[in-house]
Design a protein around this ligand. Structure first.
Ligand code: ZN
Length: 81
């Protein structure tokens, strides 16, 4: 994801900037998978292959469940210039 042109908005107290948080102390990006048929959802994990494995197990137990949603949680930072 590019940070070259982060979104900026002018509000009452100044100019705010919003970017993905890439600082060393940022929360990790995590992934989860959710079954679109029954809504069951994996635990979030930093490793995408972990949640893909959850999906295969879920599909194996529920052979009619073929559609899934990838849920990405990405930390962002907002600050006023
Ligand atoms: Zn399901």
């Amino acid at each position: 994801m590019s940070n070259e042109n982060p979104p900026r908005s002018v509000y009452r107290f100044g100019i705010w900037t919003l970017t993905p948080d890439l600082e060393p102390d940022a929360e990790p990006v995590t992934y989860a998978m959710q079954c679109a048929v029954c809504e069951e959802r994996s635990e979030p994990a930093e490793d995408l292959t972990t949640v893909q494995t959850w999906t295969f197990r879920h599909a194996g137990r529920n052979p009619s469940h073929h559609t899934y949603r990838e849920v990405i949680t990405r930390p962002w930072r907002a600050w006023m210039a």
